[in-house]
Design a protein around this ligand. Structure first.
Ligand code: CS2
Length: 479
């Protein structure tokens, strides 16, 4: 009997299907489940996971070749710690194995469908289902042959309802404001288009708990794989690298089939995730986007390099203190200044090679929850938005320069950006046209005089004086 067969024989039953089996969930959710399974004596009561990949077959193939067992390598200031993850039992590729995935999602043992499909995977426009999205248009026309993650959820829920099986709960683990409500709205709207009776059943029966997830997990590179081999002593083709820190806050609102005892392994089960989420999305993800975009403009390749640059680091401190923290609804008992100092330390962990270019991916989808929502709050409260506007101007500058250099822009709106760059004759016309992209900027913001003029001024100044001068000016303005 091969080693792989022995491992598979002792695998727990699949009780969770995870959509979007990238490095993040393998270093985060599966690490929690691995610890939890270690506390459950009976194999049948443990939680096995089927992962679904919506992208390339590479992850599935690498994991399948090693029986889905892989290493999660923690790298921190105190050294490395390798853990073997055995709770992943299967990985399927959506475009090749649709019926197997749907059958698994419809299986009565499955009580949770969790998701890390990134911001764009929700196919939404300002929180509402994007009916013009080609995958959504496809799924409405072919509900039993879905391609989008919401389409898979609706199709498998229909199978469960028809078979008299209670629904799973949907657990979104992406960095979006109110991710559970957003997913519920998307799924309800899609089901409504397909079968109103199914939509009514989903509305009363299916739970969509909100979550806040936090762990820094860079994309795994060849040199990470080579390094992992030196630590574990054998070749793992699908390791994940992560920092020591992790935090999972989950709204305790699951359906009839219940949930794992996440709290037993350190997750916080709460009635209201909003304060945790606003603090994390704005303080961490907002400053990450700032370091990524403005860091790229000043030639920084990684977050640890960017945070050790005095101009960037002072700017981030300024942002936290004057523009981000005042906009946050802080969770009870948390000192937000301490929280930000802990972030600083996490960013400075040079064992984690977190590329600025990775964080700058899909920025059009990241700006609303990270930067634009705090701007709207600050404008309403009469607080400064200058530093936050510098990030937006920096992003526009980055897009234009990348397009002119012929670099690939990783963003679902890349084609629209290219057209805008080509069709506008000067800086102001370019900035105005970018602000008119209504899937990013709400009309209220796009026509707010002070917001618009701040961005135009920063944009001109980046071109004229360079990013360093802008960072210094933004930091000085407050003091
Ligand atoms: C990052 C996040 O890539 C990004 O946009 O800001 O992935 C970040 O590392 C995580 O949210 C940390 O929990």
């Amino acid at each position: 009997m091969s080693v792989t067969t022995t491992i598979q024989d002792s695998r727990p039953p699949i009780r969770i299907v995870h959509l979007g089996i990238g490095a993040f969930f393998r270093a985060f959710g599966l690490a929690y489940l691995e610890r939890l399974n270690a506390t459950i004596p009976s194999r049948d009561e443990r939680y096995g996971v089927m992962g679904v990949s919506f992208r390339s077959p590479a992850v599935r193939d690498a994991l399948a070749a090693q029986g889905y067992v892989y290493t999660a390598l923690e790298r921190g200031p105190d050294g490395d710690m390798a853990r073997t993850i055995t709770s992943l039992c299967d990985v399927a590729l959506s475009r090749e194995e649709q019926s197997r995935i749907l059958a698994q999602m419809a299986d009565e043992k499955v009580s949770i469908v969790s998701l890390t499909i990134t911001e764009k995977g929700y196919c939404h426009h300002d929180g509402a289902l994007d009916l013009a999205h080609p995958d959504i248009a496809h799924d409405i026309a072919n509900p039993e042959d879905p391609v989008s993650a919401p389409g898979y959820i609706v199709a498998s829920l229909a199978m469960r309802r028809d078979a008299g099986i209670p629904p799973f709960s949907c657990l979104p683990c992406d960095n979006l404001s109110n991710n559970g409500r957003l997913l519920a709205d998307i799924v309800h709207a899609l089901a409504e288009r397909i079968d109103p009776e199914l939509a009514a059943w989903i509305k009363t029966e299916v739970r969509f708990p909100v979550t806040m997830i936090d762990r820094i997990v860079p994309a795994t590179t060849d040199s990470d794989r080579a390094y992992a081999a030196t630590i574990i002593g054998y070749e793992d083709h699908a390791p994940v690298i992560h920092e020591p820190f992790s935090q999972w806050v989950i709204e305790d609102d699951f359906g009839a089939l219940g949930r794992p005892d996440f709290a037993a392994v350190g997750a916080q089960m709460v009635a209201d995730v909003a304060p945790f989420e606003s603090m994390k999305l704005r303080c961490l993800n907002g400053s990450h986007t700032a370091l990524a975009i403005l860091g790229l403009l000043s030639g920084k390749e990684t977050v640890s390099e960017a945070i050790s640059d005095p101009a960037l680091s002072d700017f981030v401190e300024y942002l936290w203190r004057w523009e981000i923290c005042p906009s946050v609804d802080v969770p009870r008992g948390v000192d937000i200044a301490d929280y930000c100092q802990a972030l600083r330390k996490r960013y400075g962990n040079s064992a984690i090679v977190h590329q600025t270019v990775q964080i700058a991916t899909d920025t059009s989808k990241k700006l609303p929850p990270r930067i634009l929502e705090p701007i709207a709050d600050n404008l309403q409260a009469g607080r400064s938005v200058s530093g936050l506007c510098l990030i937006i101007a920096g992003w526009m500058f980055f897009i234009r320069s990348a397009h002119m250099m012929g670099d690939v822009i990783n963003d679902p709106l890349a084609d629209s950006f290219g057209a805008i760059v080509n069709d506008t004759i000067d800086n102001d016309a370019y900035v105005t046209a970018m602000l008119e992209i209504d899937s990013v900027f709400s009309p209220d913001l796009a026509h707010h005089d002070m917001f618009v003029s701040r961005i135009m001024n920063w944009y001109r100044k980046i071109g004229k004086d360079g990013i360093d001068a802008c960072l210094r000016q933004a930091t000085r303005e407050a003091t």
